[in-house]
Write a protein that binds this ligand. Structure first.
Ligand code: PT1
Length: 291
């Protein structure tokens, strides 16, 4: 088994180079898609377009986790995501991740064809760890302080990078203890999840320190409010800023960039990687090493 190849339910995700994860929100209140992709056929159409633009994985989410978002029941989440996952799984040979924290949704999504779990709560909900272990698919563990409903109200850290690193290190150990091997894990510092602009900037500036865990790093920066704060731009005018942040993340070693604007992000990621891996930088090709 080649290092950097993740097996996602009969399809593989090649993380020997950085890849783009295309965002597919199936929530009525999606923060920038406005619920436009409700309905499995429209969702499939959007997934097909993202794959044609170079997305290596499609992230399907039925619970909004943007700041201020409220909770959704497991039944509602399953009703939103399962038809979409079934449609993509039947039509496209692309890995599908399920963006959820609920064990019932993880189970229904993997049974419908999802091949990865993307959990912003890092398997901390009751039953999530055991379910993810039993399902046997790769898992992305993300850091969040608080809950989406209130996470931006009182974000405090003494040393944000160290605290996020310690949290992820502990969650990786908990996964290993529960029978999820390291080779099945990705880590994510959780940009915008209980972090001020200063925290987000420092986490991105120091992102290469997360490579010390020896696991692929995922970065979700697309259209986020840190760009609103930097640029003073509304959510539909953050493309150039999103591309700049994606480029910086890949330069620092991120292997998955979660993005709305797939074509532009794929071009930026490929270009950045060409420079990053040119003569003298080939040690950067091996996962988890800082050049
Ligand atoms: C993310 C992520 C995610 N982000 C992973 N999954 C969201 N692994 C959903 C804002 O500040 O970064 N990594 N799933 C979307 N959540 C947010 C959070 C959207 C903050 C917007 C903001 O604007």
């Amino acid at each position: 088994m080649r290092p950097g190849l993740l097996h996602c339910n009969a399809v593989t995700l090649d993380l020997s180079r950085p890849q783009v994860m295309g965002i597919l929100n199936v929530t009525p209140d999606s923060f920038s898609d406005g619920g436009v992709f409700l309905g499995a056929s429209r969702a499939l159409e959007h997934a097909r377009r993202m794959v044609s633009e170079g997305a290596a994985i499609i992230d399907v989410g039925g619970e909004s986790t943007r700041p201020g978002a409220g909770p959704v029941s497991a039944g509602e989440e399953i009703e939103r995501v399962v038809p979409v996952i079934e449609a993509i799984h039947a039509a496209l040979d692309v890995p599908i991740s399920i963006d959820t924290s609920k064990p019932e949704v993880m189970e229904a999504a993997v049974n419908a064809g999802a091949g990865m779990i993307n959990d912003v709560r890092a398997l901390r909900l009751e039953g999530a760890m055991e379910t993810a272990s039993r399902l046997g698919v790769p898992v992305c563990l993300m850091h969040m302080q608080g809950e989406p409903a209130n996470m931006q109200q009182n974000a405090t850290y003494e040393r944000v990078v160290e605290e996020v690193l310690d949290f992820l290190t502990a969650r990786v150990a908990a996964c290993e203890a529960a029978g999820i091997p390291r080779g099945r894990l990705l880590i994510d510092p959780g940009f915008g999840f209980g972090k001020t602009l200063a925290h987000n900037l420092l986490l991105l500036h120091e992102l290469d320190r997360f490579l010390a865990l020896g696991l692929p790093v995922l970065a979700g920066l697309s259209r986020k409010s840190m760009l609103g704060a930097i640029l003073g731009a509304p959510v539909d005018e953050r493309l150039s800023g999103s591309i700049a942040l994606a480029t910086l993340a890949v330069w620092q070693g991120a292997r998955v960039v979660r993005a709305h604007d797939v074509k532009a992000t794929v071009d930026a990621v490929r270009t950045c990687w060409a420079v990053r891996t040119t003569a003298g930088n080939d040690d950067f090709l091996s996962l988890g090493r800082v050049s």
